[in-house]
Design a protein around this ligand. Structure first.
Ligand SMILES: [Zn+2]
Length: 873
């Protein structure tokens, strides 16, 4: 991406001398419905920007950002500048600025097929075209002329001309009815409040729209009225449960108004579910965009609904954390993402029917954080973001999940009331402005009663250093089994040696004599000191329990370790642990032991086979399935892999047959069975379920499950291209095309893998969604022979890395570099090849090196875990 970067220093300098009064952006999208190949201009749209801004140092030079194939005119303060001289493809030079300036740029911009900028998608079902924008961190410049940095906020006025039968949406409501023009309508939107360019948005197309309304009395007696909208493609309308979406939306608006005491400042609240979306969702004020996979075409489990509710609330929290008050630069991205992630779970548990929010948080979000925080590329939550490439990679498990975990710990440290009181001060003080870490610490020092020094110390320990601590209970007992000494030991990895203060609860569990269940018999809450050892005298004198769980209730962020006796209890009786959060924490701790090579992968799989069938939380169960597959693919000793694939499939089939008919658990086990089936008999059953000749009582083999079953058959070489094409005839939709692509790529033939390479690496014609599908199919790990097909691609992978990085958009480059890393070629030779590339490319882009380093670390971890597993005997 030559020349598309923007450094922090450049942004700082520009913000020092410029301030923006406003944007007037006019987009003409009538060309969107022209066939893509139809002549010059079919892949482009007209963009005109009028930018009013001030310069505190008249005479100074600066620049605006624009990524466009063609600029027609640039007029600065009434003087026409030659585009050939001032526009270099990514920037417009602005020489000799006045105190007050007016810049007008007319350009042709390109529709996007990578989900960056203005994405264009045509629905195969009805031939209709849909557009939406996605900008974060810096793609507004693909659509209009802008100062692309979060701290140059301004009001934005959008005017959009589009085909007559379309609906057009932006952050603000339309100022009136659209006006007819030649083969189209022009929509004029009201100016936004002062916001950053990365959260502006336009969504346009023949979208299906559901409407509702939220109203609320404000403390000052006024009424707040918020029109609500929910959008999806017309061909998805039959599946769109907008009532459920509005219910969660209203519950969230109630919650955030109660807690934040700052009325929602952006007028309306539309939520658009859009195709080929690169991320989960984006918090554009007044017009949140979501990946349309949240519109469920087939049966999904409760965990999927819960996940969607969480995302709705996460984005809504951003209306305050991020949109109203915005980080100054991407270093403080966590200021919005960590808060939104934490508040999403918090609000979900407080006001929706999805009560498992903290279990899911402990189980999924923290797993993400622990993984990321042990990579060699981990970083403090407040990161050092030198430029936009750094920023792009910072949307990671540290910024989101670790940050949110640390905020959960902060609430345990300062108390819930102080935390929300701090938030209320923060919004009032910084509304429509930009902040850094210091601004947040200042309000917390005021409201927490802990004082500025304590908050600074807390920040240093938790926000400004990287790495995760492990906490281990140490028990000393006498001959009668009475505890005579109890301590919590704290460790840190050598690379990130910080020991931290932790607020934790320690739980003791024993068997209930009547039911046999493992129940909590004692809980103590305490401060673990920022040292290696904290004594817990409260527990001295008690009988040794069956299980000790440090970080019971998941207050802090740490890896939980066990004493020997507790670990033995879990191996024997994990399923009898009654409390679902304690169970989820135990599962997560066992997974960390496995990843760390401290427990053989087959021991972990034994425990899964033994107790997953009793796991009541569907989200936890689905995580166990995912982790069991990772353990099988990467951590089990290679010579044992086939045998254990068979054992997992056998276990899955047993649970599938035993599960309640028609329930979520049955569906989850059916998918897991399909994903592990490899023997001839199992593949026959999969084929039978697909053909309708085999049945499992209550299991509905709907379209998504059909594709899952077909994927198994394709990856095993049983379903041929004709069978796969026949399925597309049943499901000739965008989803169907994507799933077919993954199936074709998963076939265990050299030709199928070569075709993926041609489509994804040698060519750049595929849209983002199909790149993703090709890669996932390519890496689908079936039996040993299929894995061997991937070995020849390890060398070409390293050879193309720099070319991919320099020629593709960053979103696609990210997918290819991390997606095609030879993760399944788990050999010392791959590790050596990776190290060679790293040695020979010290000067490669830091973001590219980061991705390769992360692939290398996963590979080294897999090799360690395989050695540990092989030594199991
Ligand atoms: Zn977010």
């Amino acid at each position: 991406m030559p020349g598309t970067n923007l450094t922090r220093d450049e942004a700082r300098e520009r913000a020092r001398i410029l301030s923006v009064d406003g944007y007037e952006v006019e987009l003409d999208l009538r060309s969107a419905v022209l066939p893509v190949a139809e002549g010059e201009g079919a892949g482009r749209f007209r963009s005109r920007t009028l930018l009013r801004f001030r310069c505190s140092e008249p005479g100074a030079d600066s620049f605006a950002d624009l990524l466009a194939p063609e600029v027609h005119s640039v007029v600065l303060n009434g003087t026409a500048l030659d585009p050939a001289l001032v526009f270099d493809g990514t920037r417009i030079a602005l020489p000799g600025l006045a105190e007050e300036n007016e810049l007008v740029v007319e350009a042709s911009c390109a529709y996007s097929r990578t989900g960056e900028g203005l994405h264009r998608f045509t629905d195969p079902v009805d031939g209709e075209t849909y557009l939406y924008t996605q900008y974060e961190p810096a793609d507004a410049r693909r659509v209009f002329t802008t100062f692309e940095q979060p701290d140059l906020k301004a009001p934005f006025s959008f005017t959009v001309t589009a085909p007559s039968h379309w609906q057009v949406f932006s952050n603000s409501p339309a100022g009136g009815d659209p006006v007819a023009v030649e083969s189209g309508l022009t929509w004029q939107f009201a100016p936004t409040p002062r916001i950053s360019s990365y959260i502006t948005a336009v969504v346009a197309g023949p979208y299906h729209v559901a409407r509702d309304h939220y109203t609320r009395a404000l403390p000052d007696g006024r009424r707040l009225e918020i029109p609500l909208g929910a959008l999806c493609r017309a061909s998805l309308a039959q599946y769109f449960d907008s009532d459920e979406i509005f219910t969660v939306t209203k519950q969230g608006l109630d919650f955030f108004h109660e807690e934040f005491d700052y009325p929602y400042p952006f007028g309306k609240y539309d939520q658009a579910f859009v195709p080929e979306y690169n991320l989960g969702a984006m918090e554009n004020p007044g017009l949140v965009t979501f990946r349309e996979e949240y519109v469920f075409r087939s049966k999904v489990t409760e965990a999927a609904y819960e996940g969607r509710a969480n995302v709705i609330l996460h984005e809504m929290a951003h209306m305050w954390f991020g949109d109203l008050v915005t980080m100054q630069w991407w270093d403080d991205l966590w200021l919005k993402e960590s808060f939104a992630d934490f508040m999403g779970a918090f609000a979900q548990v407080e006001v929706t029917k999805y009560q498992a929010g903290w279990i899911t948080f402990a189980n999924r979000r923290k797993t993400w954080a622990y993984r990321q925080d042990q990579l060699p590329t981990t970083h403090p939550i407040t990161a050092d973001i030198r430029d936009l490439e750094d920023a792009k990679l910072n949307f990671d498990g540290i910024t989101y999940a670790k940050g949110a975990s640390v905020l959960k710990q902060l609430v345990a440290y300062v108390g819930r009331d102080a935390f929300f009181e701090g938030a209320r001060h923060y919004f009032k003080r910084h509304a429509f402005g930009n902040t850094t870490l210091a601004d947040l610490l200042a309000v917390l020092a005021e409201t927490s009663g802990r004082g500025a020094d304590a908050m600074a110390e807390w920040s240093r320990a938790w926000l400004e250093t990287a790495g995760v601590n492990a906490l281990t209970p140490q028990l000393v007992t006498d001959s009668s089994g009475t505890i005579t000494g109890f301590a919590v030991l704290q460790e840190a990895a050598a690379e990130n040696p910080t020991l931290r203060p932790h607020r934790i609860a320690v739980g003791l569990f024993d068997r209930d004599p009547d039911s046999g269940a493992l129940v909590r018999t004692r809980r103590v809450e305490l401060d673990v000191v920022a040292g290696a050892r904290t004594e817990v005298p409260e527990l001295v004198g008690l009988a040794r329990p069956a299980l000790v769980l440090v970080n019971d209730e998941d207050l802090t962020y740490c890896k939980i370790r066990f004493d020997e006796a507790s670990l033995a209890t879990l191996r024997e009786s994990l399923g009898e642990l009654e409390d679902p959060l304690a169970r989820a924490l135990s599962w997560s701790a066992l997974w960390n032991l496995t990843r760390d090579g401290l427990m053989p992968a087959r021991d972990y799989l034994e425990i899964v086979l033994r107790f997953a069938g009793r796991e009541s939380d569907i989200g936890v169960l689905q995580s166990l399935h995912q982790q069991a597959r990772t353990a099988l693919d990467l951590y089990v000793a290679p010579e044992a892999r086939e045998e254990w694939a068979g054992r997992l499939a056998e276990g899955a089939l047993g649970e599938l047959r035993a599960a309640a008919p028609g329930g979520d658990h049955q569906l989850a086990w059916a998918r897991f069975f399909a994903q592990t089936a490899r023997s001839e008999a199992d593949l026959q059953l999969v084929g039978g379920l697909l053909a309708g000749t085999a049945r499992v009582d209550g299991l509905s083999v709907d379209q998504e499950l059909r594709w899952t079953l077909l994927h198994t058959l394709a990856a095993a070489g049983v379903a041929d291209e004709a069978a796969l094409d026949a399925e597309l005839a049943r499901d000739d939709t965008a989803s169907g095309k994507r799933l077919l692509t993954a199936c074709l790529a998963a076939r265990p033939t050299a030709e199928a893998k070569a075709e993926v390479w041609r489509q994804v690496v040698d060519s750049d014609q595929l849209p983002n969604a199909l790149v993703e599908a090709q890669i996932s199919g390519f890496q689908a790990a079936a039996g040993g022979a299929a894995r061997e097909l991937l070995a020849p691609y390890a060398e070409p992978y390293f050879e193309v890395l720099e070319k991919i990085w320099s020629e593709r958009s960053i979103e696609i480059a990210l997918r290819i570099v991390s997606g095609l890393f030879p993760r399944l070629v788990t050999t010392e030779a791959t590790l050596e090849r990776t190290d060679l590339w790293l040695r020979e490319h010290e000067a490669a882009a830091p973001a590219l090196r980061r991705l390769v380093l992360e692939g290398r670390d996963d590979l080294a971890r897999a090799l360690r875990a395989q050695r540990r597993d092989a030594a199991r005997g």
